[in-house]
Ligand binder design. Sequence first.
Ligand code: PMP
Ligand code: GLN
Length: 385
Amino acid sequence: MPNFDHRITSKLPNVKTTIFTTMGQLAHKYQALNLSQGFPNFDPDPELFQLVTQAMRDGYNQYAPMAGVMELREMISQKIGQLYDRHYHPENEITITVGATQAIFTIITTFIRPMDEVIVFKPVYDCYEPAIEVNGGISVPVQLNNLDFKVDWDEFRSKITPRTKMVIINNPHNPSGTILSEMDMLELQHSLKGTDIIVISDEVYEHIVFDGEVHESAAKYEDLSNRTFICGSFGKTFHITGWKIGYCTGPAELMREFRKTHQFNVFCVDHAVQKALATYLREPQHYLQLNQLYQDKRNLFVSGISNSRFKAKVCQGTYFQLLDYNAISNAGDEDFAEQLVREHGIACIPISSFNTNGLDKHLVRFCFAKTDETLEKAIGILCKL
Ligand code: PMP
Ligand code: GLN
């Protein structure tokens, strides 16, 4: 057996198994109610099953075109045009990917060279920084305050240097459940004027925004969109996280480079699923009804725990609710989360692992993309703590 220990210098020395996997496994081990990793515990629309089955029967079982099925790219272009008034050319500005994760990894790999700096906002979704690091880049965090999670744009500007190559935003924001306002987007756009900085706008929760607020897509801001890749996920929008399908849009010049990497990374994505989604997207209600569905679930969850000792700052978007447990325990958030699984049969996500230096404000994240029955059970447990 070769002994690799002394020969492997890890490219990701500090990366552990993701907290989503860790908490998911613990939930399984203790048969706990699993509100940790973000996925719905209810089925997608049966019409999707029929459409995929039909596409398979119609013979779409071999490689799809490298950039994605044209009808699907056309539907995405149409949808973005209608919602955000920005035209992306289906031919050369939209690519279908294996979920948003692959889009993000491929964009970073395409553009980031050793020592390039990438600004991220913390707490940060877990796939960005390892992708930066594995490519030799340097992650430059802007730590949000863990109360209202608002961006301090002066601080952001102070982090821009001649080595800044990229900025990654996530709106609506996982894990805080906050959204960026028009003012925020204008600040971002203005701050980057005159630079050649590329932006990734992770908008996988674009259709999960509450209380009549409007999603401020980067596509709405002309100057910004000319330097931005927007990443979307059908997993989030159509309750099919296990199908791993998403896309990214971006200006043709950047997309040309992206596809050079993409074609050798995955080449293409599930053909039958792409055909099915192209048809399914023709009905806008399929995605426009999502806000209401999840707003009702958020309301059920938040009002249910209002008599508990947890404190909630009600989330504005995503299907995650952060809860402050300071009134219940002094334990660190990882210990607290573990205790919840082992002793109380409920799993959540501690968020210190998404912060700089593990900053721990005693906040844990619960996913409310669950049946009402599961949410009621969760409320029952949380109210007893
Ligand atoms: N970005 C964020 C903010 C997420 O929460 C997730 C989780 N779905 C992803 C990207 C990855 O999306 P996908 O499952 O489509 O790869
Ligand atoms: N996006 C999911 C979440 O935030 C996790 C997906 C994953 O495990 N990679 O919970």
